[in-house]
Design a protein around this ligand. Structure first.
Ligand code: PRT
Ligand code: ZN
Length: 289
């Protein structure tokens, strides 16, 4: 391998799993291109001096803490767990949440269990793949439990009789239902995020990171933005514009043959909900796209 340039950045991403594709996509949307190497673990950045390291997601926080990589994309659940486990809380900076990999760490109990609040878990056995995070979040609420670590198939622990409850990641809830478990309470919400160790970077690398973050902010903002087109009564334009979330300076166009109505185009920088659409219709908007 080439001698490592002093002014290149390394980003660790998940090699294969739920976060891999979207992590790569977000970097590509920032204009980064990579030459894939044969061993597939190190990809050299072609147009921009940022290289990729493809690893297991659990290794990413450690690679950052040990200075092997400057940046990493990983779920907040893993970053928090590793920081707590290594007693290095606060040594990773969450730079940006990336808008994918959403899930929650929840406590679940058997459907037929009488437990109806976290309080009921005192002194019970909880199985989880996130022992440090689970312990920390429960103890912050004053609840001491017996936590056992399982690396996988946490959801079968209660029916095997090895735990009274579990703390596991949930997205749709299908896995819990299939195992006759009831979600008792959400302990933590997680998304994939870009992390950096809190160690200061040399000037050139920091400048590179700033450029990369400026691009990333553009990408994240564009992903949230929606282009909206509609027809509105000229008399209610102000009202219609007010309903559109985060829209600045809409473009107005005449509608041939209907002087009382105009076509309006706008970029909304915030999420558009069904309520917004209903309110727009209520204000006389039609042909909403
Ligand atoms: O091999 P490697 O160690 O890199 O991958 P991995 O198998 O450890 O991780 P992977 O790819 O499964 O997950 C990577 C990250 O995706 C996690 O750390 C989370 O940040 C995020 N994520 C988002 C999830 C889920 N959603 C998710 N639903 N990770 C796991 N799950 C599992 C959960 O553990 C449970 O078994 O999916 C099941 C529940 O899903 P539902 O939809 O049935 O509720
Ligand atoms: Zn993993």
């Amino acid at each position: 391998m080439k001698k490592r340039d002093q002014d290149r950045l390394r980003v660790a991403i998940q090699k294969s799993g739920r976060l891999s594709e979207r992590s790569l996509e977000v970097l590509k949307n920032c204009g980064l291109r990579f030459a894939r190497s044969k061993d597939k673990l190190f990809w050299y950045g072609q147009d921009f001096p940022v290289d990729l390291l493809l690893v297991r997601d659990d290794d990413i926080p450690r690679l950052l803490l040990e200075g092997v990589c400057e940046l990493g994309i990983v779920g907040e659940n893993i970053a928090r767990e590793v920081m707590l486990e290594r007693d290095s809380d606060g040594e990773l900076n969450l730079l940006r949440r990336l808008g994918f990999g959403h899930c929650r760490l929840s406590v679940a109990v058997p459907e037929d269990s009488g437990i109806d609040a976290l309080d009921g878990l005192r002194d019970l056995r909880i199985a989880t793949s996130y022992p440090a995070l689970t312990r920390d979040l429960l103890e912050k609420q004053g609840i001491r439990t017996h936590i056992s670590e399982l690396s996988g198939s946490v959801e079968i622990a209660p029916s095997m009789g090895t735990a009274d409850a579990i703390a596991d990641l949930v997205s749709t809830g299908t896995t819990l239902r299939a195992n006759h478990l009831r979600e008792l309470e959400v302990l933590f919400e997680s998304t994939a995020a870009l992390y950096k160790s809190t160690r200061a970077l040399p000037e050139e690398k920091q400048a590179l990171l700033d450029r990369m973050l400026a691009r990333l902010d553009g990408v994240l903002q564009a992903a949230e933005s929606k282009y909206v087109m509609l027809h509105a009564p000229r008399a209610r334009l102000e009202e219609v514009t007010r309903i559109l979330p985060g829209a600045e300076h809409p473009t107005l166009m005449e509608l041939e043959g209907s002087p009382d109505r105009v076509a309006l185009h706008a970029v909304c920088r915030e999420t558009l909900f069904w309520e917004h659409l209903e309110a727009l219709k209520g204000a006389g908007a039609t042909a909403i796209l």
